[in-house]
Design a protein around this ligand. Structure first.
Ligand SMILES: *Cc1c(COP(=O)(O)O)cnc(C)c1O
Length: 394
């Protein structure tokens, strides 16, 4: 039988940097200082420069980054934060961890990110006009927009920022999947008041454990993040806020990230090459391939196609040794965890339809041309098998 193709395989990537990382870890063990220190501050400076932003603050995970960023820009307990139901749950967990609640709006069917028109509709139909903006039904203050650069493709930042200015909303960018993505000449991580990045191992820039960062252009927000990530203290044992926690980035992870950051652009370029080959080979099939919007740079954290009878196709691919993923099968407003919100099915038709059709094909920097051709062949086979209706009586 032919070989299997994993959904993600990061071993070749790590072989490329093994020596550099082992040297960096060796130095850290020599120094034996594992929290903070020069490894963390150096990585923070390098990552800020990579994002073309003034400040980066290392934290323990992408979820920490989102929560700390929300707290640092002044989202208060009881606020509503407007976000999308089609994202990883951490986006919304961070909102509730900050004491606020999510207000969902639907996504755009082409970019699969927050639809600016849906935000305007939410504000005009569900809120009382004024400053602050008050959500009519709950009486809560709408204080912040939280769009997601999903799959490595930027959200539609120009109209979203215009809405934020018009209605005086803070903006946090969930850039956890978008290291190196760009929108109209600007780097993801620079939109809004602050951005959150995750360095979960499978992300385009991944640690060898948990890690994340807040990126911001605002010195005060950066300083508040530094305090919030470290038990609310500026000086040791003098605590200035009760909202602090242990959300620090550890030095071993910072050392790994410093090494891998040097290779990120090349690895992203390889993902883009793989995406070009997929798009070329899949063009004639009855599926929707990812659409890079005008003046955007997609970094393909996930190569998300949309297809009918997705679960059957997935099973077929699985049986032929091709690994796939689903990002994400159940939109957040329909998750058991958020049942208490009482949002019925049918409320966010684009998110719901994407959730039923999305299929993530193998995507990682060292995915070979041969592997892509195999995935395409198996996918074509699956679609052909599905085309005629199944004969009765068999
Ligand atoms: C990965 C991810 C997060 C959370 O990051 P962790 O480092 O796993 O905490 C948040 N939002 C999105 C969109 C993500 O993909």
């Amino acid at each position: 039988m032919t070989s299997t193709i994993p959904f993600v395989d990061l071993r070749a990537m790590h072989e490329e940097v093994r020596e550099e990382i082992e040297t960096a870890w060796h130095d850290l063990v020599d120094r034996s200082s594992f929290i903070g220190g020069p490894a963390v501050s150096r990585f923070e400076a390098q990552f800020a420069a990579y994002c073309e932003a003034p400040f980066a603050v290392g934290v323990g995970s992408g979820t920490d980054a989102l929560r700390v960023a929300l707290q640092a820009v002044g989202v208060h307990s009881g606020d509503l934060v407007v976000t999308v139901p089609h994202t990883f749950i951490a986006t919304v967990e961070a909102i509730t961890q900050a004491g606020a609640s999510p207000g969902f709006v639907d996504i755009d069917s082409r970019s699969m990110t927050m639809a600016p028109a849906a935000v305007r509709r939410y504000i005009e139909r569900e809120c009382v006009p004024g400053d602050p903006l008050i959500h009519r039904k709950s009486g809560r203050r709408v204080s912040c927009l939280l769009p997601v650069d999903l799959y490595g493709h930027p959200a539609d930042w120009e109209p979203l920022m215009e809405l934020a200015r018009e209605f005086r909303l803070k903006v946090i960018e969930d850039a956890c999947q978008a290291h190196g993505a760009r929108y109209r000449g600007r780097s993801c991580g620079t939109f809004g008041d602050a951005a959150a990045f995750s360095f979960y191992p499978g992300k385009n820039l991944g640690a060898m454990g948990e890690a994340g960062a807040v990126v911001t252009g605002d010195a005060e927000v950066a300083e508040r993040c530094r305090i919030l990530r470290d038990h609310g203290q500026r000086e040791r044992y003098l605590h200035v806020t009760a909202d602090g926690s242990n959300a620090r980035l550890d030095a071993l992870q910072a050392a790994v990230l410093q090494v891998k950051l040097r290779h990120l652009d090349r690895w992203n370029e390889r993902r883009r090459q793989a995406a070009r080959l997929y798009a070329d080979r899949l063009a004639q099939l009855d599926i929707i391939v990812p659409q890079e919007q005008e003046e955007c740079r997609h970094v393909y954290h996930v190569y998300a196609i949309r297809v009918n009878r997705r679960d059957e196709i997935r099973r077929h691919l699985e049986s032929r040794g091709v690994g796939t993923g689903i990002h994400y099968p159940v939109p957040l407003h329909l998750q058991t965890a958020y049942r208490a919100m009482g949002v019925p099915a049918g409320t966010f038709p684009v998110s719901e339809s994407v959730a039923s059709q999305e299929l993530s094909l193998p995507m990682f920097p060292h995915l070979s041309e041969d592997q892509i051709e195999r995935v395409v062949t198996e996918l074509r086979g699956a679609l052909e098998e599905m085309r005629p209706p199944v004969e009765a009586g068999r």
